[in-house]
Design a protein around this ligand. Structure first.
Ligand SMILES: [Zn+2]
Length: 222
């Protein structure tokens, strides 16, 4: 179920006090409207009842999607203890199916992306490996420059791409390089196949799976 909590907020503009209601957990099957509020970020906005000032309140939440069988432990900031990539076991007593996916996610853009990837029924490890391969192997100038890729969706099959395309948004410090990148879905399927043979990328617990995680596993630093 979804859980609503309250916290006192003092308006930074007029010092009026009010309650801010935030969701410590979100069950998106029961409250589908909350997903939209995450994507337009409205869920994190408090509006002062007196002066109308808007304040961004970065609260973390547990996001649960029962139909797609995944659970995300979301925080806006990386953990301070440096344990971002330490995985932890989920208690069995939690009573969920064995094929459930558990992930910790840091940063709002990564959170939205992870929801999209898992809702589309994709293997997020394969998606992150594909991103790594694009930015480090296909065009290594991208990783050198600090470009980031974010999954956006999959296109329908057409004459040119009989499995459709996987689309990423490229965020680059070089502004004219920002924009969409599309790759034939077979590149994604190749990554899925490679994963079945590569034990380094096995995840049996709750982990933060992103491009940096892939890079750590590639270098065998664990
Ligand atoms: Zn105010």
């Amino acid at each position: 179920m979804s859980q609503l909590c309250k916290e006192k907020i003092t308006c930074p503009k007029c010092q009026a006090e009010d309650d801010f209601e935030f969701w410590s957990s979100i069950n998106v099957d029961l409250n589908p409207e909350l997903k939209e509020k995450i994507f337009n970020e409205e869920i994190f906005i408090w509006t002062c009842p007196k002066c109308g000032a808007k304040v961004f309140i970065p609260f973390g939440t547990l996001y649960h999607d029962m139909s797609h069988k995944f659970m995300l432990f979301f925080q806006h900031e990386d953990p301070e203890d440096g344990k971002k990539y330490e995985s932890f076991d989920m208690p069995e007593a939690i009573g969920l199916d064995k094929d459930y996916i558990f992930r910790s996610v840091y940063g709002l853009m990564n959170f939205k992306e992870k929801i999209l990837v898992l809702e589309n029924g994709l293997n997020d490890i394969a998606v992150e490996k594909l991103k790594y391969s694009i930015t480090h192997l296909m065009d290594s100038s991208m990783s050198v420059r600090g470009d980031k890729l974010f999954f956006e969706g999959i296109t329908k099959p057409d004459d040119e791409n009989k499995f459709g395309q996987i689309i990423f948004y490229r965020l680059s410090p070089k502004e004219d390089e920002c924009g969409q990148i599309g790759l034939g879905m077979q590149k994604y399927y190749e990554q899925c196949l490679a994963l079945t043979l590569d034990k380094r990328f096995e995840v049996n617990s709750c982990a933060c799976v992103d491009e940096e995680w892939v890079s750590i596993k590639m270098k065998g630093l664990e």
